[in-house]
Design a protein around this ligand. Structure first.
Ligand code: PMP
Ligand code: GLN
Length: 389
């Protein structure tokens, strides 16, 4: 084949189009209710949107400082103090990026050398493996232990070696909603210290953690304060996934590496959106409490119905997804189940095997997203009841 027909680089070829794009396409074709990709079907706070609109109209609409506008970096530092009682220097320890996606890309591209190894848990968000591959590094997969998706301590210990540079923790964990305990994080931190490894924690769902569980950002573990990279995003907390305002919190020596890559990837993030998100982050505690109350209600609404319909439900501890086990329903796999659900039932969900490197590990699970209006959820529930009720 001539080069003209093979533009995609070797590293990315195995990955193809993301499952989110693929399921959205099937969903639109069938006119199904979309409980697949994780985005709210409502917008975030109106005053924040108005502020962004005003900033755009008034200008200037030019490049902002590469690490992020001062007001947003200050707001992030203030929020970390408010919620986690940790002091973060907005000048040297905060970098604003185009979503958590670019934050993770910048960290990988800024730090990794070819031949380095990166430990990823299974299930893992679909972004990590292709970015590790593109950085030239090698992913070492450690499946969480079922039932309960516990930390497989012995296996994790064996995965650390002389080439390990990074370990990625997604907390709360997409798709199954696990929230890592302090004890688990301390176990990981001990291994990181012993092997001189940098832990990167993707905490985009940090403010969506349900009653009985607590979110522990990595920088709150004393031994990790200096060596961790915490990635988060305003997308989930303020229900504006399309704005792509994310950020990295890390000590200066790690920030230097993240910013090095960030300046060449995007240089900066739209300034009007950053300034509006600075105001959003500064909203009273009541905003955060109401967000959690909203999602607690929707979690209960969807999970309970699925349970009543006879599905085995994995009630999430955090994030806004509920997974069901489809192992005993007679479908070939999770993708076959999702195709049936879209075309015959009229509801779209995500097949979880796409979160596993070894796809077999998750082919018995399907993920439903509940960050949707009650009307959307009711419509989906009605269709599910008509099928199974
Ligand atoms: N990490 C996880 C675990 C996610 O679920 C998502 C999707 N919201 C992202 C990162 C990407 O976040 P952003 O939209 O801010 O790039
Ligand atoms: N994080 C979203 C999810 O898990 C997907 C975002 C995307 O498609 N990039 O559904």
């Amino acid at each position: 084949m001539s080069n003209q027909h093979k533009a995609v680089c070797n590293a990315l070829q195995p990955f193809g189009t993301t499952i989110f794009t693929e399921i959205n396409r099937l969903c639109a074709q069938a006119g199904a209710v979309n409980l697949s990709q994780g985005f709210p079907d409502f917008d975030g706070p109106e005053p924040i949107r108005r502020l962004a609109a005003r900033r755009i109209l008034e200008g200037p609409n030019q490049y902002s400082p590469s690490p992020g506008v001062p007001s947003l970096r200050q707001a992030i530092s203030g929020k970390v103090k408010r919620f986690y009682d940790v002091e973060i220097d907005p000048e040297t320890e905060v970098t604003v990026t185009c979503g958590a996606t670019e934050a993770i890309a910048s960290a990988f591209l800024g730090i990794l050398e070819p031949e380095d190894e990166v430990i990823l848990f299974e299930p893992c968000y679909d972004l990590y493996p292709p970015l590790v591959a593109r950085a030239g590094a090698k992913a070492i997969y450690v499946p969480l232990e079922r039932p309960g998706f516990r930390l497989p301590r012995d296996q994790l210990e064996r995965a650390f070696g002389p080439k390990t540079r990074l370990i990625v923790i997604n907390n709360p964990l997409n798709p199954i909603g696990k929230v890592f305990s302090r004890e688990e994080l301390e176990f990981i931190s001990e291994l990181c210290r012993e092997h001189d490894v940098i832990p990167l924690s993707d905490e985009v769902y940090e403010h969506i953690v349900y009653r009985g569980r607590e979110h522990i950002p990595l920088f709150q573990i004393p031994s990790l304060r200096e060596r961790s990279i915490v990635v988060s995003s305003t997308a989930k907390t303020f229900s504006m996934t399309g704005w792509k305002v994310g950020y990295v919190i890390s000590s200066p020596w790690l920030t230097e590496a993240v910013r090095m890559a960030h300046q060449f990837l995007t240089f900066c993030t739209p300034s009007a959106l950053q300034e509006a998100m600075a105001e959003a982050i500064d909203l009273d505690d009541s905003y955060y409490e109401e967000l959690l109350a909203l999602y607690s209600g929707k979690r209960e609404m969807l999970s309970q119905v699925l349970e009543d319909l006879g599905f085995q439900v994995l009630w999430p501890e955090g994030a806004y997804y509920t997974c069901i086990s489809i192992g005993r329903l007679g479908f070939e796999d999770d993708m076959a189940f999702c195709r049936y659900l879209i075309n015959e039932v009229g509801v779209a969900a995500i097949p979880c095997s796409y979160f596993w490197h070894n796809r077999r590990g998750g082919r018995d699970l399907v993920r439903f997203c509940f960050c949707k209006t009650d009307e959307t959820l009711e419509q989906a529930i009605e269709r599910l009841k008509r099928w199974r009720g």
